[in-house]
Design a protein around this ligand. Structure first.
Ligand SMILES: Nc1ncnc2c1ncn2[C@@H]1O[C@H](COP(=O)(O)OP(=O)(O)OP(=O)(O)O)[C@@H](O)[C@H]1O
Ligand SMILES: [Mg+2]
Length: 283
């Protein structure tokens, strides 16, 4: 049979893939950058909105401080920042043209998009701009000498969660929920997201768990035991319950969270114990 030049010229063995091609075929790999200036970064999350993430993040940051840790608080909620209000911060962070200095309040180093924009100005941004803001807050803020940065996450499983999980070294996440079925559904999505992205879940917290009336009776307003059950179902730690107390909301609105305003309050004690537990995990 007549040989074609095709038969004779082709090398017998399969050609090697170029490095560039191999990389492409492996899919995108992300480099996880640690936030400079802190030993550990912990995200406070829940796929559901309004369950108390920001309240928890602010109080936990203060409770860790009261346990002798150096703490930073990073408000990663670009569309709905809460830290300026909850910490009553009205000043703008200083910049040297390269980095932003965190604003110090209650001996906690704080950063929020709300420090840079007018409180009532909506951030009408597309996803890539949010990602870019998160990168600025994690790489271009001069966090100094911290043990922990507590990150107050926005609700959902969107760009911010993805950026943090893939591109930033997260040392743990705590998931907040109320015991309501509708909240738990979102929480399950949140757990699966972190599991999939390889972020360690330190545990689940049942916030607004119950209310104690003047009659001293316990009222389970949003249902009972659902968060603990979800923790068991997904083999995660259950970190405890925080009851509903109007003092919590009031202090948050006044810009001085309950742990700072009234450290002897029952709820503050829950936060202080939890902070001790978290400190022990890392130190
Ligand atoms: N244990 C509690 N007792 C009473 N009120 C609480 C408690 N926890 C949170 N709240 C109140 O619930 C409301 C929602 O809390 P918060 O803003 O912390 O939720 P969030 O999950 O951060 O919301 P978003 O998803 O919008 O960021 C606030 O008014 C807060 O004061
Ligand atoms: Mg919030």
């Amino acid at each position: 049979m007549r040989k074609t030049s095709y038969d004779t010229d082709m090398p017998k063995e399969k050609p090697e893939l170029s490095d560039a091609m191999r990389k492409k075929m492996q899919g995108k790999t992300f480099e996880k950058n640690p936030i400079k200036g802190t030993k550990f970064t912990i995200a406070i999350s829940s796929a559901k909105g309004g369950v108390g993430k920001s309240t928890f993040a602010t109080n936990l940051a203060l409770a860790l401080k009261k346990n002798g840790c150096k703490v930073g608080l990073l408000d990663a909620d670009i569309y709905g920042p809460s830290i300026p209000k909850m910490f009553n911060i009205n000043e703008k962070p200083k910049s040297d043209g390269q980095t932003l200095s965190p604003v110090m309040k209650y001996e906690v180093q704080c950063m929020s998009i709300g420090f840079l924009a007018d409180q009532q100005t909506p951030m009408i941004w597309r996803g890539p701009m949010v990602t870019s803001a998160i990168k600025t807050f994690t790489q271009k803020v001069s966090w100094k000498n911290l043990d922990f940065i507590i990150v107050d996450m926005p609700p959902g499983t969107g760009d911010t969660q993805l950026t943090f999980s893939q591109e930033i070294k997260l040392d743990g996440s705590i998931i907040i929920s109320t015991p309501q079925e509708i909240a738990l559904l979102d929480v399950k999505r949140g757990i699966k997201m972190f599991d999939k992205l390889g972020v360690k879940i330190l545990g689940l917290v049942d916030n607004m768990s119950y209310f104690v009336g003047e009659d001293k009776k316990k009222y389970n307003i949003f249902g009972e035991g659902g968060v603990k059950k979800t923790a068991e179902e997904f083999q995660k730690e259950f970190l405890g319950e925080i009851p509903i107390d109007p003092e919590v909301g009031k202090n948050g609105d006044l810009g001085k969270p309950i742990v700072e305003a009234n450290p002897d309050h029952e709820i503050s004690k829950i936060y202080l114990n939890l902070a001790m537990k978290i400190k022990k995990i890392y130190f």
